[in-house]
Design a protein around this ligand. Structure first.
Ligand SMILES: Cc1ncc(COP(=O)(O)O)c(C=O)c1O
Length: 391
C-alpha cells in the first residue's frame, strides 16, 4: 500500500512516516502486519475520546441511517447541529452564544477573520509571532515565517505581528485594529502558555481600542488542558472563539462562536457573508455531540491534570530539559533537535507514536487521547526512557 500511497496520493513532505493502517481502537492504531502502536499523538490532538469510541461510533451510525447531507449550511433546521450548538452555548460564558459550523480549523479561522473585519469595518489584523492558524491563504497570511509564505505571495495585506507574552507590544493594538488573533496556548511554537495575565491584558487593550479578540482553541479546546476550553484558565473571554480538531473525536470539523450581535453581521449586507456546503454536516455534528456529552458527563477533563502529573513524574531524564504545556497537551523539550528527531523515529520502531512540533525543533509532542489509561502512559514512558538511554 505504501508504494501506491506515495505514487498516487499528494504528499506533504518527502519523508512521510508511512505506517500502513489496518484499524484503530482506544489508544492503539493497528498496522497491516498486526502490530499495535500505542498512540501518544491522537491524530495531532484530534481523537479526543481515542479511536472509534463506542459512543461516537453509535452516534455516527444512528445518524447515517437517518440522513447525511440534505442541504447547504444554514437553510434547514437539523437536530444534530441544532442540539450541538445549543449545548455548546450552555457551556460557554456569555456572550459566546452563536456558533457557525464549518469543515476544518483553517476554514473556521477564515470565517473568524471575515467576521472581525465585517463587524468592525476595519482591515488591520494583528497576529502573534510563531503562531500557527492553518494553511489556507488567510490563515497562512497570519504566519510570520517568511520562508513558508514567500512562494505563495501575494497574501492578505494589513497583517502585523506582536510577540506572544510581550506586554510592551500591546501598544501596537490601536483604533485601526479590527482584531487580534492568538492561540490560547501557542502550539507549533512549543506549547507556550500565556504568562502574568497576558491574555486578560490583550483583552482589555482590545476593548479599549474597539478591536475584537479572537482566540484559536483549535488545539487546546475540548478538555485537553483540564478545562473544556483553555481560555477558562486565564481570566479572559474572547469576542470570537475558534474551535476544531478534537471537537468531533476524529471527523473533519471546525467552528467559530461569538455573540448574536457580532455573528449577525455575517448574514446581512451582504447576506451570506460566509457560505459552505457541508458545514454543520449532520453526521459530524452527531459525532461532535457525542464527544461533548461524554466530556461533560465523565471525569475525563479533570483527569487530564492527573495524567499530566503522571507524565511529568515518569519522564525524568537528563536529555529532557523541560516539559511544557498543560494537561494532555505536552511537549518534551529535548537537549538537541537531533535527540528530538531520533526519539520520534526510533519510538516508531518500538510501536510508540510520537510526533514533532511545527516550529520548535527540540520538541516532541505528547497529546494522547483523553481516554488514555495510567497503564498505557506508564508503558509509553518506559519506551521513551529506554530509548533516551540508548541514544
Ligand atoms: C492552533 C491551530 N489552529 C489552526 C489549525 C488548522 O486546523 P486544520 O488543520 O483543521 O485546518 C491547527 C491545526 O493544526 C492548529 O493547531
Amino acid at each position: 500500500m505504501n508504494k501506491d500511497f506515495i505514487k498516487y496520493q499528494a504528499q506533504t513532505s518527502p519523508y512521510p512516516l508511512g505506517m500502513e493502517v489496518s484499524h484503530a481502537s482506544g489508544s492503539y492504531i493497528y498496522d497491516t502486519d498486526g502490530n499495535a502502536h500505542l498512540d501518544f499523538v491522537a491524530g495531532v490532538s484530534a481523537c479526543t475520546l481515542g479511536h472509534c469510541h463506542p459512543n461516537v461510533v453509535s452516534a455516527i451510525k444512528e445518524q447515517v441511517e437517518k440522513y447525511m447531507h440534505v442541504m447547504v449550511y444554514g437553510e434547514y433546521a437539523q437536530s444534530p447541529a441544532t442540539t450541538y450548538t445549543k449545548l455548546l452555548a450552555a457551556n460557554l460564558p456569555e456572550p459566546l452564544e452563536v456558533t457557525y459550523l464549518v469543515n476544518s480549523g483553517t476554514e473556521a479561522i477564515e470565517g473568524a477573520l471575515k467576521l472581525a473585519r465585517r463587524y468592525t469595518g476595519r482591515s488591520e489584523i494583528i497576529a502573534a509571532k510563531s503562531a500557527y492558524h492553518g494553511n489556507t491563504m488567510g490563515s497562512l497570511s497570519l504566519m510570520d515565517f517568511e520562508e513558508r509564505k514567500s512562494v505563495f505571495r501575494p497574501l492578505l495585506p494589513d497583517i502585523y505581528h506582536i510577540e506572544f507574552n510581550n506586554e510592551e507590544d500591546l501598544e501596537k493594538i490601536t483604533h485601526k485594529t479590527a482584531c487580534v488573533i492568538l492561540e490560547t496556548i501557542q502550539g507549533g511554537a512549543g506549547f507556550i502558555l500565556p504568562k502574568n495575565g497576558y491574555l486578560k491584558k490583550v483583552m482589555d487593550r482590545c476593548k479599549e481600542m474597539g478591536a475584537l479578540l479572537i482566540l484559536d482553541e483549535i488545539q487546546p479546546g475540548f478538555g485537553r488542558t483540564g478545562k473544556l476550553f483553555a481560555f477558562e484558565h486565564f481570566d479572559c473571554i474572547p469576542d470570537i472563539l475558534v474551535i476544531g480538531k478534537g471537537m468531533a473525536s476524529g471527523l473533519p470539523v471546525g467552528a467559530f462562536t461569538s455573540s448574536i450581535e457580532i455573528m449577525h453581521t455575517l448574514s446581512e449586507n451582504p447576506k451570506m457573508g460566509h457560505i459552505t456546503t457541508f458545514g454543520g454536516n449532520p453526521v459530524i455534528a452527531a459525532s461532535s455531540l457525542a464527544t461533548l456529552n461524554m466530556l461533560l458527563n465523565s471525569s475525563l477533563i479533570e483527569d487530564t491534570l492527573k495524567k499530566e502529573s503522571l507524565f511529568k513524574k515518569l519522564l525524568k531524564h537528563p536529555k529532557i530539559k523541560e516539559i511544557r504545556g498543560r494537561g494532555l497537551m505536552l511537549a518534551l523539550i529535548m537537549d538537541t533537535p537531533e535527540t528530538a528527531n531520533q526519539l520520534v523515529l526510533q519510538a516508531k520502531e518500538k510501536h510508540l507514536i510520537l510526533f514533532w512540533l511545527l516550529f520548535e525543533n527540540r520538541a516532541v509532542r505528547i497529546s494522547p487521547p483523553l481516554t488514555i489509561t495510567k497503564k498505557e502512559i506508564q508503558e509509553g514512558c518506559e519506551i521513551i526512557l529506554a530509548l533516551l538511554n540508548s541514544l
